[in-house]
Write a protein that binds this ligand. Sequence first.
Ligand code: FAD
Length: 499
Amino acid sequence: MNEDKPVRRIVIAGGGTAGWMMAAAIARTMGHTVDLTLVESEAIGTIGVGESTIPPLVNFNRILGIPEPEFMRAAQATFKLGILFDNWKHDGHSYFHSFGLSGKDHWSAGFQHFWLHGKARGHAQSYDDYCVELVAGLQGKFAHLPEERMNYAYHVDATLYGRFLRKLAEADGARRVEGKIARVELDSESGDIAALLLDGDRRIEGDMFVDCTGFRGLLIDGALHAGFEDWGHWLPNDSAIAVQSDHLGPPMPYTQAIAHDAGWQWRIPLQHRMGAGIVYSSGYLSRDAAYERLMSSVGTPRIEPFDIKFRGGVRRKQWFRNCVAVGLAGGFVEPLEATTVHLIQRAVLRFIRMMPNGRVSECDAAEFNDQQRLDIEQIRDFVILHYKATNRRDSPFWRHVANMPIPASLEQKIELFRETGRVFRKNEELFAENSWVQVMMGQGIEPQSYHPIAEKLRDDELDRLLQMLRDNVTSTVATLPEHHAYVARYCGAEAPATA
Ligand SMILES: Cc1cc2nc3c(=O)[nH]c(=O)nc-3n(C[C@H](O)[C@H](O)[C@H](O)COP(=O)(O)OP(=O)(O)OC[C@H]3O[C@@H](n4cnc5c(N)ncnc54)[C@H](O)[C@@H]3O)c2cc1C
């Protein structure tokens, strides 16, 4: 990397969610101090999926000063309180991974320890009954609560969200160039990227380039050959078919992830339509069977279903020379926990935090790569958990994932929870203790013991505590309106003419 060159001209290649999130954030925060150009090709288009998000996006919008109702109207968005997992532990079983806290933690031990103690004492109530977001989600209810006591994310129409971000970015000074990148020109001395060459002999020079060209990775891989670490041995799904359909009922405040014998299906309720799709492992299910399965379970389709091929894994370097790869160009963990838009957000904010005053240093790149990698590895482990910890053995796919070796980091987490009920959040990890607890118990891992501090409570004290916590949840949820009615009032949008 040429360390003496001041960074003034930033060129973003690609205008999917990654490209426009990056453009909107840089334009809003850096303003006239940078010259920002985004190149995209309408003929190539975007991937067209990526509609379920997680709560940190609320904060991203706040950083950019985006009014929530305006954003939600523009993206036909609904609220999301978590994911309903059907058929994961075994066929016919469901559990909910919510964004909320359950019960009340003590500094020494999470609420699960007190609940487990109660269970050992004969309390029959489900762990689910202690979480507002979970109970509200299942009942199809939603409202903002005082002091941000409702933790939520959004379902968004990916195309409309991209358009919304583009408007913001352009209003803040980003320049959009329509065209197909035909070649990436490298500086013959430094080996850095010097320019993008577009069809029609146009040349776009820059000091720093952001590769948001999706799975193609035109700059980071096509030109710089940063390398890719394949995680297919842990994440066997490699294919998807996506479709948009009519609703089958009122939009619920959760994403649905329904396991089948070689993968799973998603349902993402937006205001005007449902996003739906099937994820599968092509080694275990044919494309035609996947198509049949998807189309027999959705409402009337609004578009022609489309196929997507993918590989789970990560670029060996996401920031390499004067290029940062963001979004699918940087790596991908299959969408089971809807984490890719979040990884984009992390990369965008991280890049801005590391924006050099004058020039880019190798240290920035190394730090960025370490932090980005840690994020994606932690998400990878969390997703693998859903496949590894299950009682399903009813198909070659499920027998394969039950037997596959898993990363040591995950092995350790599962064993610790199984033996002691403990989960520790390491290094600003995305998923909180309660996320791990809900998913591990939901997938069928029963802790064999719990923290002895739970036994400090006398039986009557424990009874009162559990009853009080359950009552709080029940009475709070009872005050909430139906989710679809709240959305209509707060940010209801006309159905778009084309979307
Ligand atoms: C099946 C599936 C489901 C998913 N679901 C979710 C989800 O629920 N939640 C979530 O957070 N994430 C999800 N994701 C990930 C999500 O799709 C991406 O995070 C998001 O769409 C960002 O994509 P992108 O911008 O990196 O790439 P893309 O959308 O592919 O954009 C690439 C851009 O580069 C441009 N481009 C490419 N080549 C050229 C060229 N030669 N010249 C000019 N321009 C070019 C394209 O035109 C486009 O503008 C899912 C992914 C898959 C595969």
